[in-house]
Write a protein that binds this ligand. Structure first.
Ligand code: ZN
Length: 216
């Protein structure tokens, strides 16, 4: 009987720096994990096959039908498509850790202005801009485990992170909507709304009521 390789050592991954480029040992658990990974690919491709035959609509436009842009967290529990019942073509969604209005988000919003213009539209007046934060966000432990990376993510100096905002989505949502309103580079005609989603109840609450980004 072929001798099975020794059980592989599980590497605890806390940062990318200790993520092994090449697994040191290929053991039974490692193989089982690979099989499970491939099963996921098979599953999503099967679901796509169904989607392409049932819900796909080739007439969708680049400019979303609801003229809505949403900034949200990458957390798989808080996908705006799921919690707001969005369908393909309904809304533009920008996602990052925390759903924060960070430098990358601001750059993406700038690019979307150019994309919309190239598609014959105008970004701003008539558009909704929703910032969506949520309870139990995974950004919280970054305050302790990866403060420098978090500072870079937020575009602030290390040591000047507002811990209260990281720990409380009801504070961070107010801060991020205020940051958008204070940014003169974006069209004032956006109707901006700050929403917090509770992962314990599935309910979304408007925390910053809808208002124009800036009076025009
Ligand atoms: Zn989150």
């Amino acid at each position: 009987m072929a001798r099975l390789p020794s059980v592989t050592r599980r590497v605890e991954v806390t940062t990318w720096s200790n993520f092994p480029a090449v697994p040191g040992e290929i053991g039974v658990p490692f193989f089982a994990e690979r099989v499970a990974q491939m099963n996921v690919i098979d599953t999503i491709l099967q679901r796509n096959e169904t989607f392409s035959k049932t819900d796909f609509n080739k007439d969708l436009k680049i400019v979303p039908s609801t003229k809505t842009m949403i900034i949200a967290c990458v957390d798989s529990r808080v996908d705006p498509a799921d919690i707001f019942g969005l369908k393909p073509g309904d809304a533009v969604v920008i996602r990052n850790v925390g759903g924060r209005v960070d430098p990358a988000t601001l750059r993406t919003m700038g690019m979307l202005g150019a994309v919309t213009k190239a598609s014959g539209g105008v970004l701003g007046t008539g558009w909704n801009l929703i910032v969506l934060h949520h309870t139990d966000c995974g950004i919280k432990p970054c305050l302790t485990h990866a403060p420098e990376m978090l500072a870079t993510h937020l575009g602030v100096e290390p040591g000047s992170i507002d811990a209260g905002e990281i720990n409380d989505p009801y504070k961070s949502i107010v801060s991020d909507v205020a940051a958008l309103k204070a940014n003169p580079k974006f069209p004032g005609g956006f109707l901006v709304t700050g929403i917090v989603y509770d992962v314990d109840t599935g309910k979304a609450e408007v925390v910053v009521p809808s208002a124009l980004l800036r009076p025009e």
